[in-house]
Ligand binder design. Structure first.
Ligand code: ADP
Ligand code: MG
Ligand code: MG
Length: 900
């Protein structure tokens, strides 16, 4: 088995690269793209990549080297030394390498990298002599010890940072860069001591000398072997696992390890390191975007340690102009080659440019749309490719609130507009507090100096992220954009004291405390005091263009689930082609609750009839509005579905009230009435309400219900017809499993329609009557049911519950997290339709069509808006999906992608 692939040039300058960009499952994304860049002639420091499979073999063997691996590494190292004309650890002119992680699917900042490997007490002198730069050599050595100790040995970096602080104090300087060679040499001794004190000889016998004491490893081979093992191990660290779970990345891919000759960005004023995007990843604008730092190594830029400079300054900086121009040419080459917006890491060593990484750039939804549309117009990609470039789930971001036009903004500070959208919430200063606030149901904004991968859970929980340090490519910015979270970063004016949970705003006497409400605008970089009014944006511009393209190619219809006129209008705006589900139970709540209560609890049939009439009239108004808003489009109205006790008072509350009344000496009459009421409600309580008296079963228990609801629908239809409108109601019977149920219900509904025709003298024509398919029996007996149903709508929420026997409310909190963690189940079946449930849906479709050719088939569960499920439904041959209004745009795009 080939474990190692070379990339870059040999000693004669000839390219010896073995992999390509397509090998990312073998070489990891970083290795594959390093290979690709080298292959197309870009300046890449030479190196080699150890495969992802080796990482998994190493892990499966209980962290033991698979046979032959160490030998292969030794051989690749010797080859690299030959290609570079230098040797690791050489006392005269040493080679230094980085040991870099790189997974098949990018997990930015999640895993580890060690820089400057190969330095030891001898080679540091060689590096100094070769470069004529003592300071640089000692600075590199102390960086290496610090990184090696942290990444490979797990020693807290703070120990080293504190030592640096002490050294600066001793030297009377404030910046790291002001420490001279002698001071840095002193730091190296201190660092080695810290290392020796914190590594246990028992855990690392290979580092112990004859006297049993641990010392910093001097042998480059030991350094390299330990570093590779540590990078392999980082695949399985906690934060990497969390990231994979959140991003649906498999746990069995492993990471590759790239061993690469170092390029030095810290060799003085004509050296620099930076990160860049070929276009603006926040807006998609065609402009160079990125940051760099002069005289710095790569990590310094992302860590937000010093404030960076914008990339366009590069070509105006003495000594860096040529590299800056070359970099801009390379932006163009990479975009043409990859046909996409790219993300780049580079280093300039004494004026010479090196490319250290590229990958397809992460971007916000706004940018994804703009870039796809622009690339199509530039002729770089086809319209189909443009559609496939956009992640449908990301469109959800665009439905997120923005600051309302004309809203008053009390701006207290400004920073970088790192990730668009607006957030309002109380300030929190730690990830843990953000999580706690979210759990308490409160919105919060996470305020940090800069975020680190350990803040991930808090960033997920917060509404928005605000930092005082770091540029637009800092950790906070990159992760926030990936999550679609608003982010403002690098707000210099903020003086954060996380320990005291307060933040002062420089230049003002403002001091904010935990819980104080602020608003941030990630589109402008503004930080505002108090809660600013938010609004939802519409579907215009690039979104409209892309959705228009999607509508041209998709064959699956998209409808919305809407229960009220406002949602109906919203779904139209977002492109719904009808309403796939109107739930009528919400219409019985609020002020109307007392009417339905009277209906349920009525003593006489007269009382019940009068309550029914009142309910019917109230519903008629709702249906009138919805049918009017959706003029000409189908509106599927579901008859009452939930168990009746949902409309009644909670018996426990009522019992408490009764006890109180007894104490307070209420009249005997009143007490008797309340007791009777409580008895009634108790009688209606069920052991398992979701499988009890609900759905069409209600219609058999209370035959007035389907009649009064149908009357309301039919009368609203008559009114609209009289106004010359084109109402298109469809009446849907819920929770059917027996064909007699739909047969009887259909008869009741049809008679009720005739009642209204007689009453009004208006012919209503055929109002389609259909059924939900949400029980397994209905799916497998769908041919029988189809005889009495004009349409099916698959209720995949209940179908998932009943097919898997998962009570959603119980399982989502208790069972599923463990199942997902343990890979017992691949996805949450309530988010993405389960295979078995899909099989039932497919069976229902086939049987339904066989019995009634042309029967209309839709899906109205949550899955109707989920892109992966939409592909499944398209493949099963459904006619349409129906989802919540805000998911309509993503459903339109996903439906288009399913056909491509
Ligand atoms: P990550 O995946 O976290 O970005 P990288 O492997 O890309 O980790 O490395 C971390 C930093 O070190 C980056 O800024 C990168 O540019 C820099 N770096 C990595 N290898 C080299 C090298 N051979 N020469 C100079 N800088 C390097
Ligand atoms: Mg990187
Ligand atoms: Mg249901």
């Amino acid at each position: 088995e080939k474990r190692i692939y070379r990339f870059g040039h040999d000693e004669c300058g000839a390219d010896v690269t073995e992999g390509t960009a397509h090998d990312n499952y073998t070489l990891g994304g970083k290795g594959a793209n390093l290979a690709e860049m080298a292959r197309i002639g870009l300046p890449v420091p030479p190196g080699f990549t150890i495969t992802c499979q080796t990482c998994m073999d190493y892990a499966r063997g209980g962290n033991a080297w698979p046979a032959g691996t160490l030998e292969a590494i030794a051989e690749a190292r010797a080859d690299l030394e030959q290609r570079c004309g230098k040797r690791l650890g050489d006392a005269a002119d040493p080679l230094l390498v980085s040991v870099r992680s790189g997974a098949p699917i990018s997990m930015p900042g999640m895993m580890d990298t060690v820089l400057d490997l190969g330095l030891n007490d001898e080679s540091v002198l060689g590096l100094a002599a070769q470069t004529g730069n003592d300071r640089f050599a000692w600075d590199s050595y102390r960086r290496f010890i610090q990184m090696f100790a942290n990444v490979v040995m797990g020693i807290d970096s703070d120990l080293f940072e504190h030592a640096i602080t002490r050294a600066k104090a001793a030297a009377g300087v404030t910046a790291d860069t002001e420490l001279d060679a002698a001071a840095l040499q002193g730091l190296v001794s201190t660092f080695k001591q810290i290392f020796a004190e914190h590594v246990s000889a028992a855990a690392h016998p290979e580092l112990a000398g004859k006297d049993g004491a641990v010392a910093f490893p001097q042998d480059p081979e030991v350094q390299l072997t330990l570093a590779v093992a540590a990078v392999f191990g980082s695949w399985d660290c906690e934060r990497a696992r969390l990231y994979r779970r959140q991003n649906d990345i498999a746990d069995n891919l492993g990471t590759a390890v790239n061993v690469q000759a170092m390029a030095f960005g810290n060799k003085g004023e004509t050296s620099a390191s930076g990160v860049a995007f070929t276009r603006n990843p926040a807006t998609g604008e065609r402009e160079f975007y990125g940051d760099y730092l002069v005289n710095a190594q790569g990590e310094d830029v992302v860590a937000g340690i010093r404030n960076t400079r914008p990339i366009e300054d590069l070509r105006h900086t003495p000594g860096l102009e040529a590299a800056g121009e070359q970099l801009e040419r390379i932006f163009g080459i990479l975009e043409q080659h990859y046909r996409d917006m790219m993300d780049i890491e580079f280093t300039i060593e004494q004026g010479k440019l090196y490319m250290l990484q590229t990958r397809v750039g992460k971007r916000t939804a706004t940018a994804a749309l703009k870039i796809a549309v622009d690339l199509e117009r530039e002729g770089v990609i086809t319209r189909e490719e443009a559609l496939l470039r956009i992640n449908p789930a990301q469109l959800d971001q665009l439905m997120h609130p923005q600051i309302a036009k004309g809203a008053e903004r009390n701006v207290i500070a400004r920073g970088l507009n790192a990730s668009p959208g607006a957030a309002v919430g109380g300030i929190v200063f730690s990830a843990a507090d953000a999580v706690a606030e979210k759990e308490a149901g409160r919105d919060c904004v996470l305020v940090r100096w800069e975020t680190t991968p350990d803040d991930l859970a808090g960033m997920t929980a917060a509404k928005g992220i605000l930092t005082s340090h770091g540029g637009k490519t800092s950790h906070a910015a990159v992760i926030a954009r990936g999550m679609g979270k608003p982010c403002v970063c690098g707000v210099d004016a903020l003086r954060i004291d996380a320990a005291r949970k307060e933040v002062a705003v420089a230049g003002t006497d403002l001091v904010l405390h935990e819980g104080d409400v602020i608003s941030i605008d990630g589109g402008t970089g503004e930080v505002m005091l108090g809660a600013v009014a938010l609004e939802r944006p519409g579907t215009t511009g690039d979104l409209a263009t892309v959705l228009g393209w999607a509508d041209d190619v998709r064959r699956l219809g998209v409808r919305a689930n809407a229960d009220n006129p406002a949602d109906a209008r919203l779904s139209l705006e977002l492109g719904a082609e009808g309403i796939g589900l109107t739930r009528t139970e919400h219409m019985f709540l609020g002020a109307r609750k007392s009417i339905i209560q009277r209906f349920i609890l009525a003593d006489t049939s007269d009382e019940r009839a009068s309550a029914a009439e009142e309910l019917s009239r109230a519903q008629e108004g709702d249906f009138y509005e919805i049918l009017s808003a959706m003029n000409g489009l189908p509106v599927t109205i579901r008859l009452l579905d939930p168990p009746l006790h949902e409309f009644l008072d909670n018996p426990r509350d009522l019992a408490v009230r009764l006890a109180k009344m007894e104490c307070e000496g209420a009249s005997a009459d009143e007490l008797a009435r309340t007791r009777a009421l409580l008895a009634r409600i108790d009688a209606l309580s069920e052991a398992n309400p979701m499988l009890g008296l609900r759905g069409c079963r209600l219609g058999f228990a209370f035959p007035e219900l389907p009649v009064l609801q149908t009357h309301a629908i039919a009368r609203a239809t008559v009114r609209l017809k009289r106004e010359g409108k084109n109402p298109r109601p469809h009446i849907m019977v819920p929770l059917v499993c027996l064909n007699a149920e739909i047969r009887e219900m259909r008869a009741i509904v049809e008679r009720a329609i005739i009642d209204v025709e007689v009453e009004t003298g208006v012919r209503l024509g055929e109002i389609p009557v259909g059924t939900m398919i949400e029980l397994p029996r209905a799916a497998v007996m769908a041919d029988r049911i189809a005889r009495h149903a004009d349409f099916f709508s698959f209720g995949t929420n209940d179908l998932t519950q009943t097919a898997l026997g998962f009570s959603r409310d119980d399982v989502e909190g208790k069972v599923l997290p463990a199942y997902l963690e343990g890979n017992i189940i691949p996805r949450n079946p309530f988010e993405t339709v389960d295979e078995g449930v899909a099989k039932l849906v497919g069976m229902g479709c086939e049987l339904g069509r066989a019995a009634r050719p042309g029967i209309s088939l839709g899906v109205c569960g949550e899955h109707g808006g989920d892109p992966d499920s939409i592909r499944t439904f398209y493949d099963l041959g459904l006619d349409y999906v129906s989802c919540s209004p805000y998911r309509v745009p993503q459903a339109r795009l996903a439906a288009a992608q399913a056909t491509l």
